[in-house]
Ligand binder design. Sequence first.
Ligand SMILES: Nc1ncnc2c1ncn2[C@@H]1O[C@H](COP(=O)(O)OP(=O)(O)OP(=O)(O)O)[C@@H](O)[C@H]1O
Ligand SMILES: [Mg+2]
Length: 621
Amino acid sequence: MSRINLLSQRLANQIAAGEVVERPASVVKELTENSLDAGASRLEIEVEQGGTKLIKIKDDGLGIHKQDLELALSRHATSKITDLEDLENIASLGFRGEALASISSVSRLTMTSTAGDDLNAANGDNSGWKVVAEGQEMNVILSPAAHSRGTTVEVRDLFFNTPARKKFLKTEKTEFSRIDEILKRIALSRFDVQFSLTHNQRAIRKLLPAKSDQEKQRRVALVCGPAFVENSVFVEMEGQGLRLWGWVSLPTFSRSQADLQYFYVNGRIIRDKLVTHAVKQAYRDVLFHGRHPAYVLYLELAPSAVDVNVHPTKHEVRFRDSRLVHDFLFSSLHKALAELRPSDQLVENVQNSDPFAAMQSGGVGGAFTAGSDSSYAAGNFSDQSRLSLAGPSSNSYSYRPNTGQPDVNAIQSQMENFAKLTADDAEVPPLGYAIAQLHGIYILAQNKEGLITVDMHAAHERITYERMKTACQNEELKMQPLLVPLSIALSQGEADCAETEKEPLLTIGIEIERVAAESIVVRQVPSILRNANIEQLVRDVLSDVLEYGSSNRIQAHQDELLSTMACHGSIRANRHLTIPEMNALLRDMEATERSGQCNHGRPTWVYQSLNELDKLFLRGQ
Ligand SMILES: Nc1ncnc2c1ncn2[C@@H]1O[C@H](COP(=O)(O)OP(=O)(O)OP(=O)(O)O)[C@@H](O)[C@H]1O
Ligand SMILES: [Mg+2]
């Protein structure tokens, strides 16, 4: 074994850089975070050759004093914390005091800065100072330089001295798109800050400060695409010291990949298993199988309730009370999605300028395509009055044989309804009045602004399902004792968990008892689940509880069964419905939770405004 040496400064920093500076995008992340921490209101980002040749970031923040410039480039030097207590209450994005030292050890970095109170100092315009770190010991060299208040960091030739790292870089285009993605994340974290990004001298993005709700929404549209904004709802909830707000996609605007998911904790973007799980659970009942929701969400809580010092890149956090956070996210989003009503979604799609888009979006499949301008469900940022939550009417559209006799009363009320469509002051329900049934599958209805097409089986299925769920809940969970109690062998950890969670498990209908260090006995289960694989279910529930602090597997499984029952118990295709029956179905849809999607997450209705229909026929063009 060779003798022990102290590493040179540069090598020590290069080792640290291994964790934090993975690629050009990581440099952009660290530098923009520094600028934001310095209170900047404007950031100009210049990139050349995917960031490998140059990354230059100029801000108008507080700047750095001459005496501090030297320290700024050294490791373990930060202005953001001083003691352990600070570490537990972090409000800034940075705190490790190593980003600049790391970046500077694997590139040619210069930093020029003018601190607010150095302006107009003795050396006039040249009030700023420029700093570079040279050699193995990274000795700092300072020289005067002109700079307005704020800081500019230039990072040239990234990884020029670490060829192994350089080899891992992808094409210029890929590296730049990663930088752009970082900028998007940062831009959504601070609406009040202006951002510009150029690549090879070409302007790529310019985002003006967004103050009003409308401006914020515009920024979200610029970053996530207009279709996301049109197909999402704004949510805002507060309670138990937590606040959640942001935009979540309608269930029908789902994506094949989990790529449009932005989640911020106190302004810091994170990727967290617990968060992903909670959101996924909230969408469970309404999302098409295998699809992913899209969202831009902000969680705010006391800095002391979250530990950000978990990972060098700070992409992960640890919540002190993870169960509380999980349950809050789940229940807030679950409620928001359940409350969606047709009236929330019937906002005309103003961006839809392609005459043929309406044609595509009219199709059910169109509603699933992220890129398409789906007219099915437009965003709801207006304060439309919500429909009453009164339960659905009784099953007035249940099948009755058609006698072939015209019903005079029905015709009378149909004429009255249609008269309302043209009357100025008459109230017309969001899904309008039925006109006809198409091929025994679809209901055509008109409201004041356009045409509604309803998949009657899908719609009825959801209504039946929701009704069954309510009935099931109201009746309290009926438990059924197992004829032969089921004994399950578990690890000690799982058995401990089962024991401490005995009471909560009972509230979801499972009665268990610990009989040995590594085994439990299940005595009762919800009666609806009596034919399920109880052992698997209990194991899954326990592993959820261990990982996320709670489980809604029982609920999920129960819902699955109800959903199958609902599917079989719903109006099948090719049943003739009378106009009043169709109208009753429409009214029930308006009053039913999650009625926009069937139990499998497919849309139950689509809407085409007269404008969109006009475009389809090139009218007025
Ligand atoms: N753009 C800037 N404007 C003003 N001060 C800056 C700027 N960039 C860096 N600094 C100063 O330099 C210090 C070191 O920055 P560096 O990014 O290395 O560490 P940090 O931000 O404190 O922690 P972390 O390593 O977690 O990012 C900061 O604490 C800050 O005082
Ligand atoms: Mg930093």
